[in-house]
Write a protein that binds this ligand. Sequence first.
Ligand SMILES: [Zn+2]
Ligand SMILES: [Zn+2]
Length: 176
Amino acid sequence: MKISIKDITSSVDKTEKHQGSFDLDAFDYLGSNFSINSTKPFEVVLSMLGNKKLRIGFNTTVNITGQCDRCLTDVVFDVDANVEETLDISDGQVVVDEEIGPYSFVDGEDIDIDELILNEILVNFPAKILCQDDCKGICPVCGKNRNIEPCSCDDTVLDPRMAQFLDVFNSFKEVK
Ligand SMILES: [Zn+2]
Ligand SMILES: [Zn+2]
């Protein structure tokens, strides 16, 4: 959702509350696709501090479905989004920092709540998405999901240290 900040930025010491919503269905991150199942209800609080600063604050939790990094089965997990931003305001307009450039979530007289939440999700994203801590992954030789059906291929990849090595190897491939 987008919220207009036109009125509040020309006010002094004013606070507004808005019923929030997160309107994205899905997003891509590091080459994988994630779908958004639900978002905990939240209220966006906008506060003018005097007439020079606008504070934007809210907290929510987003329920996401992605795929296990090792075996690719679906994994459902929560990520918190705790947003706290303060914008400098001058003459009712958001001041653009010359070094940082315009804020990506400020679009004219609107702030983009979806973008603020997505940024926060990516900051708090789990380093590893696993269906279970000791997921045995997919056998690189025969392609079977080893959590479901053990296979008799070369056993070295069953060693969890090897599985970790494969994770590093896979993420290294993604970076390239
Ligand atoms: Zn798994
Ligand atoms: Zn196998």
